[in-house]
Design a protein around this ligand. Sequence first.
Ligand SMILES: Cc1ncc(COP(=O)(O)O)c(C=O)c1O
Length: 404
Amino acid sequence: MFNVQDIRKDFPILSRKVNGKSLVYFDNAATSQTPQQVIDAIIDYYANYNANIHRGVHTLSQEATDLYEQARQKIQAHFNAKFSHEIILTSGTTDSINLVANGFSSLLKKGDEIIVSALEHHSNIVPWQMLCERTGASLKVIPMNEEGELVITDFDNLLSKNTKLVFVNHISNALGTINPIKYIIDKAHQVGAAVLIDGAQACPHIKPDVQALDVDFYVASAHKMCGPTGVGMLYGKEDWLNKLPPYQGGGEMIAEVTFEKTTYADLPHKFEAGTPNIAGGIVFGAAIDYMNRIGFDAIAAYENDLLNYATEKLLAIDGLKIYGTSKNKTSVISFNLEDIHPYDVGTILDKLGIAVRTGHHCAQPIMDFYCIPGTVRASFSFYNTKEEIDTLVEGVKKAKMMLS
Ligand SMILES: Cc1ncc(COP(=O)(O)O)c(C=O)c1O
């Protein structure tokens, strides 16, 4: 049974005060909070297993290696990848995307086309622009509508035999829209294009099945799903990962090195040069265990209830406008109060102990579409409560009174 008060006890930070008030943490889309079980796993690693991996014959190194590889298997099982070597551990979503973009440098040429969406985080725009500069390929954009949804008929029209890659996020970080990724993957495959799905915002809410999606690449960050910062994953179909050249050179990613020629290690090590974030990888596994124990169905149902409750309460405030009104969305509410700058609203909320995000949320094209400098973004997690939403609503009313 889902009991939010019990769950909250797992998160020590939720009982701290900010500016003399009980913390209300609504910046979950930026990073999630860390349960004690994950904090304990970090301590356990450094207290008992700290050693470099894959290279030592001594016991500590072997134990740390086993834990790291077990974490990879956990991630494989969570995303339902066919093989554990299809999971590359990276420093996060941004790193995973850059790895793929770098790999495609030698596979694209002038005249090839890459499709991204208008709803992307800068991490899923800039690496592809850089790839286009290197290769002469061109970037096409699936437009969005007023509700913050992709105009999917325009996507159909953008596809052609020149389309080589399609990059879309599973869920928009700025608006919460859930994109129709299965449709996009299937359509892109019909013209022979590969698809990368940015799952940074999806993984805290749902459990993706990469085989059922038939996606070529899927990327995520541990810190959005109760894990530590500085670690993330790239799922790639085995064939694609074998086709892509290594991203970085160094220790771990080699088979043989001579000054004449170096050969590369097999997957996944070919893409994991240097000493990785060992504790991070192991603890990513612990975070996945934690979220699975709560259960993604329960998480989705609870967060949807919070979303509906907050939407209704916030919309009752005169002059408040929500951006991103798709029926298909997760627990993110981006809003503005009349023409008050979002930064000012965020500053007053912070004085009341309420943490929200303000600004363009690394998605400037979305803000340009709405002709606004940014929004206030409240993003809810399974450990938030309706009482906290009431506190937010009161805070927003107070901000309106003070600022208008
Ligand atoms: C949709 C999306 N993509 C990519 C990223 C970048 O993730 P990271 O900073 O963990 O690399 C984020 C982070 O907010 C995001 O929300």
